[in-house]
Design a protein around this ligand. Structure first.
Ligand code: NIG
Ligand code: FE
Length: 420
């Protein structure tokens, strides 16, 4: 017996239809259907359109009915950059930064990423897992149905593989889809202090082949920045990753302009992330490529920085722009893509429609999942985020308030709460 579901009471459905990444003016058209209905069979969308048309279909009569009572429906949000697995917050560093220390100063003194590495290595696997599960429930409660998650707080063969295995387990055991990225090149671990090139060799010879062979990662990321890995090292790491079947992603141009965005274009990375410090030439190079510029305004907000990535210049040049939370304990401890949209609108002058396209179809494209998720159209998963607002623009407008009242993954309700 097939499972049929008819969803009515959609004041607005933002379809984001088209299956393709959106650039330039196309980012502004969310493909709205007013007073819409949606029909799904076995978790896939089989019809979406005005209610009177969809409700007349023969399948609609036999379907289970879900009346949303006049809500705004978005494709399930796609968070294409998270560091899901970490052992504890770094709230003490947050306070130090407020009192004047910079992120880089804290890192140079052994805090920052390395302090999370020490704690993760000592953590109990069950504690890491329950922390991640709680975070995943919170992601779902904010409308996210698909996410990318990176390793990178283990930095030994065993600890990195354990993180990737945990991601695989979580993918199997709870409803959100998790796409794993190997980030062994996050920082140079203490065992290799002062021997960055030796660590790069270890990554290339051991860690990357093992992670790829185990089938535990789809992507390989490098933190290519001042104080992390150089462009030369990143090129070598991503070349090895590509040879093992892992698709490159790069943390690029966050702290300093290093040339990492150009490297992303050169190695045909799926995504270049951060980009606060990109140059005009970098923007032109990105615009001629299909590298997704993944902007992470939660970082600038949390670090108290006033300079955000130049979203307008990127969009106007025709770059494929996505938004993500960068959920991590150091620079962006948030699970909320709606909050990230608010920041994108207020601080980077993206319109609400652009911010939504960037958090759905374009993010899905950066994960190579755009034929399955990221828009509401026939054939795709019935992954939906339902908001208790009158108009989609109110989603970023009401910042810091979660108006997501229901989330569906492949046609199943995975989060539901009474209206705020
Ligand atoms: O995306 N830049 C590197 N990685 C993270 C920060 C991780 C941390 O501070 O723990 C980021 O900002
Ligand atoms: Fe990150």
């Amino acid at each position: 017996m097939s499972r049929l579901l008819l969803i009515t009471g959609c004041k607005q459905v933002l379809t984001l239809r088209g299956d393709v990444p959106r650039r330039g003016a196309a980012l502004r058209d969310p493909g709205i259907i007013q007073d819409a209905a949606l029909l799904a069979r076995d978790g896939r969308i089989i019809a979406v359109g005005p209610k009177r048309r969809v409700a007349r279909l023969s399948e609609a009569r036999q379907a289970r009915k879900l009346d949303l009572g006049g809500r705004v429906v978005l494709p399930g949000l796609v968070d294409s950059h998270t560091h899901l697995i970490f052992p504890a917050s770094r709230a003490a560093e947050y306070e130090q930064r407020i009192e004047g220390a910079t992120y880089q100063e804290i890192a140079r003194k052994g805090g920052g990423i390395l302090s999370t590495v020490r704690k993760l290595r000592a953590a109990k696997p069950a504690a890491l897992k329950s922390r991640a599960l709680a975070a995943l429930r919170a992601f779902a409660a904010h409308g996210t149905t698909t996410l990318e998650a990176k390793s990178g707080y283990g930095l030994t063969l065993d600890a990195e593989l354990a993180t990737l295995r945990l991601l695989h387990e979580l993918h199997q055991e709870q409803p959100l889809d998790i796409h794993a990225t190997f980030l062994g090149a996050h920082v140079v671990p203490p065992e290799f202090r002062g021997r960055a090139d030796a660590y790069v060799e270890f990554l290339v010879e051991r860690l990357i082949p093992e992670a790829a062979l185990a089938g535990l990662a789809e992507f390989c990321d490098v933190f290519c920045d001042r104080g992390a890995f150089t462009v030369r090292q990143a090129r070598r790491i991503l070349g090895a990753a590509r040879a093992c079947g892992l698709v490159p992603r790069i943390h690029a141009e966050q702290l300093a302009r290093t040339g990492a965005a150009r490297l992303a274009v050169e190695v045909e990375a799926a995504s270049a992330d951060h980009l606060e410090k990109v140059s005009r030439g970098d923007i032109r190079a990105l615009a001629e490529s299909s590298v997704v510029a993944t902007l992470l305004p939660g970082c600038c907000f949390h670090l108290g920085l006033s300079h955000y990535a130049p979203a307008r210049a990127l969009i106007d040049a025709g770059v494929v722009v996505a938004l993500a939370t960068d959920y991590n304990p150091g620079t962006s401890p948030t699970v909320s893509l709606p909050m990230v949209m608010s920041l994108a609108c207020a601080q980077m002058r993206m319109t609400p429609a652009e911010a939504i396209a960037a958090s759905t179809i374009n993010a899905a494209f950066s994960l190579r999942r755009h034929l399955y998720v990221g828009s509401i159209e026939v054939g795709k998963y019935a992954d939906l985020a339902v908001f208790a607002v009158e108009d989609y623009r109110e989603i970023p407008y009401y910042f810091g308030v979660n108006h997501c009242v229901m989330t569906l993954k492949r046609g199943e309700v995975i989060h539901s709460r009474p209206e705020a």
